[in-house]
Design a binder for this molecule. Structure first.
Ligand code: ADP
Length: 488
């Protein structure tokens, strides 16, 4: 099968969050399973060009509709992590210091949608599947079926994946937005198409993506259920209930080449489930790096973007709770909001003389690897989590996750005491209530197990290492969906 992924992010060249990793992991596994995959992404001036191999121009003058005029863009190609990727310039829309966060973000991505389809049309790319990701590609399905299929390119099918309903691509200037790409807003600004269900003056790009695509996925099965309710859907639940018949959840995977304790060059000592005792050499290495005391205590860690979704108050609470429960605590994280970073700096300063806590406020790839390898427990107290990669990475490194039961966390972590699976088949500790008491109950059980029942604790850690959260099964699930909609 020939699949084209259309995406606003690709790791590591243009990465903001987990979406960028999904593009690489899923594409590579689909290729390993015999499919052909191309990726189309905007050509941001702020990309990491050092991570793109053999970047060169392939299309000199791609004329793209822009209001009453046309603009000439260029298309470049190169390999990102071994995947054939096309980068489309976008006049001033891609010449930015950041990927997101501008007032004209909707214009930028709608223009990219038109440019991507125009490029595929003119360069005669005719994939069996066009796979779109998040609101930034929400206009692609409608554009494809209404503008390009009538021109004779009508045998592609479209999948739309929702990575997070938090951002949906909503605005009140739909007429101008669609006029930019020479589409008539009147035809689309209707309650059964692009009109937002809760704000009748707004166009909603994610909603249109759902309506027009052949199949819609979310990034975990539990999240596919949660988005059908107001809390998880954030207004999109109306449309997702209406189109529940073409909605499914496919759990993301993690890249088993990058995240492999047996070969990871970024950790102090490699290990496997059979040489689990060697994991502790990484604990010493982590303590050394972060100047923590070398004492008989477990290390609880957090690696995260510091945003509201991740349960900021619970993370802060966990720092104090861990110390009270005789554990050490390590955090690696940063926020796009300087005030949030400042609040963590205040806690860091409070513990300046304490050698049981280290908060690293920033982004550090190498330290992240050593934290996964060197800590005993990994905390993810998210208020909601469409899938979450960090708990799966922790499992791979034999670091026992302590997580809130939501989204993909609920699909991957099974409680040692309450899942009903027994010690032989569980892999972590889970709590339901997003409050300090809920968090403490799981933390207390996890830390208690580490101190009082080390054999059971190690069994949980090894069970985690033996779970398969690679892309192998998810890529097969996506291939099944692709085949299903092609056959219809
Ligand atoms: P999200 O996409 O919501 O940020 P995920 O759990 O899906 O969360 O993915 C987060 C990824 O980013 C993981 O690979 C994690 O290790 C990495 N990460 C997050 N924060 C940092 C940080 N401060 N330093 C290094 N890596 C980080």
């Amino acid at each position: 099968m020939y699949i084209v992924m259309i995406t606003p992010e690709i790791a590591p060249a243009a990465k903001v969050g987990g979406l960028a990793d999904v593009i690489i992991g899923l594409s590579r596994e689909l290729m390993d399973q015999g499919h052909t995959v191309d990726v189309i992404c905007p050509m941001y001036s702020c990309m990491r060009y050092d991570t793109i191999e053999d970047l060169h121009e392939v299309y000199e003058e791609l004329w793209v509709p822009h209001f009453d005029d046309w603009r000439a863009e260029k298309v470049y190609t190169g390999k990102v992590a071994g995947i054939n990727t096309f980068f489309i310039t976008g006049s001033e829309y891609t010449e930015r210091e950041r990927i997101y966060g501008y007032d004209d973000d909707l214009y930028r991505f709608v223009y990219f949608n038109r440019a991507a389809l125009e490029f595929m049309f003119k360069s005669e790319k005719r994939p069996e599947i066009i796979h779109c990701h998040d609101w930034q590609t929400g206009l692609i399905p409608a554009m494809y079926f209404d503008l390009y299929a009538p021109l004779g390119w009508d045998d592609s099918r479209v999948v739309f994946t929702i990575h997070n309903t938090e951002c949906q691509g909503k605005c009140w200037y739909g007429d101008k937005l669609l006029a930019m790409v020479q589409m008539d807003c009147g035809a689309y600004f209707t309650p059964d198409r692009f009109r937002d269900d809760e704000n009748a003056s707004c166009i909603n790009l994610m909603r249109g993506g759902i309506v027009y695509s052949n199949f819609v996925t979310t990034v975990s099965p539990t999240y596919a259920g949660e988005v059908k309710h107001p809390g998880g859907g954030r207004g999109m639940h109306h449309a997702l209930n209406a189109y529940a018949g073409k909605l499914g959840g496919v759990l993301n995977g993690i890249d088993y080449e990058v995240w492999n304790p047996a070969t990871d060059p970024k950790i102090c000592h490699n290990y496997t489930a059979d040489t689990f005792v060697d994991k502790y050499k990484n604990k010493y290495g982590l303590r050394d790096w972060l100047e923590l005391d070398d004492v008989w205590k477990p290390i609880i860690s957090v690696v995260t973007r510091l945003t509201a979704q991740k349960g900021l108050d619970l993370i802060k609470h966990a720092i104090y709770s861990s110390l009270e429960m005789s554990a050490q605590f390590v955090l690696l994280g940063e926020s796009p909001d300087p005030k949030v970073n400042e609040s963590f700096w205040a806690i860091k300063n409070e513990f300046a003389d304490c050698r049981d806590v280290h908060l690293w406020i920033g982004y550090h790839e190498d330290l992240a690897h050593l934290i996964y390898a060197g800590s005993d427990m990994f905390l993810v107290p998210s208020l909601y989590e469409p899938c979450g990669l960090t708990q799966m990475i922790a499992l791979r490194y034999g670091t026992v996750p302590v997580v809130r039961k939501t989204g993909g966390l609920a699909d991957t972590v099974f409680d040692a005491d309450y899942s009903g699976l027994g010690l032989a088949n569980s892999n972590g500790f889970v709590f339901e209530d997003a409050n300090p008491a809920g968090l403490d109950s799981a933390l207390r059980r996890a830390i208690g197990c580490w101190f009082d029942a080390p054999d059971s604790f190690n069994q949980l850690a090894i069970n985690g290492m033996k779970c398969d959260y690679s892309w192998r099964t998810p890529a097969k699930d996506y291939a099944n969906i692709y085949n299903f909609i092609r056959a219809k």
